[in-house]
Design a protein around this ligand. Structure first.
Ligand code: PGA
Length: 251
């Protein structure tokens, strides 16, 4: 899977024209899923552009209630009505800037699954946590709490995005070895929590300063199933990332 997280970038008209470019350039790619996650305000316009293409629509967030007095929030049903198929949940920016907790994130994951949306569940350690040797502890806690109460059938539908916080938007990418080590740890953890089939089937993406220059080395790692991309998803580099994946998969 290749997913572009546009964050708070692009007006609806900018999003529409960029989506047009992506549709033309990425036509024919079928060997992996391509998602774009525009801001809420651009979802409808992007939906129209990509409707008969191989690009799927994702949202960057949602709330776990259906409706009501939740000023500023958007429900899973609202997203479904716009043909949104996946939703990013628990991004480190939402955890840090907007105070999202593992408990809230777990509620959102459950709600997304109940409504038939694929949660792209983000986890990752800060630089301080890595330097203290806490990486595995931190991601284990995030995964256990995020998956709390999920059956194996539900768990298998979740996409995990391992995004070391120190690599997000910094230009400092994890080395292929650093990323692979955590991805392998996550598979082992999932096989303990569920079984080996779940651990093998769950897609685990890497995210954090992915660019066409570093993507090949990461994507060829055994346990890296794709990328969640921020900065490089806003321009033509997103197309290059997809081409790299096509080449690796077709080999
Ligand atoms: P980045 O962001 O690619 O700009 O580092 C990744 C993300 O936040 O998902």
């Amino acid at each position: 899977m290749l997913a572009g997280n546009w964050k708070m970038n692009k007006t609806p008209s900018e999003a529409q024209s960029f989506a047009n470019l992506l549709v033309n350039e990425l036509v024919g790619i079928k060997s992996f899923d391509i998602y774009v996650a525009p801001p809420f305000t651009a979802l409808d316009r992007v939906r129209e552009v990509i409707s008969s293409s191989n690009i799927k629509l994702a949202a960057q967030n949602m709330y776990y209630e259906d409706s009501g007095a939740f000023t500023g929030e958007v429900s899973a049903k609202m997203l479904k009505d716009l043909n949104v198929e996946a939703v990013i949940i628990g991004h480190s920016e939402r955890r840090k800037i907007f105070g999202e907790t593992d408990e809230l994130i777990n509620k959102k994951i459950k709600k997304a699954l109940n409504e038939g949306l694929t949660p792209i569940f983000c986890i990752g350690e800060t630089l301080e946590e890595r330097q203290k040797g806490l990486t595995f502890c931190v991601v284990e806690k995030q995964v256990r709490e995020g998956f709390y109460g999920l059956s194996r059938e539900e768990a298998i539908k979740v996409v995990i995005a391992y995004e070391p916080v120190w690599a997000i938007g910094t230009g400092v990418v994890a080395t292929p070895w650093q990323a692979q080590e955590v991805h392998a740890f996550l598979r082992k953890l999932l096989s303990e929590m569920y079984d080996t089939e779940v651990a093998q089937k769950i897609r685990i993406l890497y995210g954090g300063s992915v660019t066409p220059e570093n993507w090949f080395g990461l994507f060829v790692q055994k346990d890296i199933d794709g990328a969640l991309v921020g900065g490089a998803s806003l321009k033509e580099s997103f197309i290059e990332l997809a081409r790299i994946m096509e080449r690796v998969i077709s080999k």
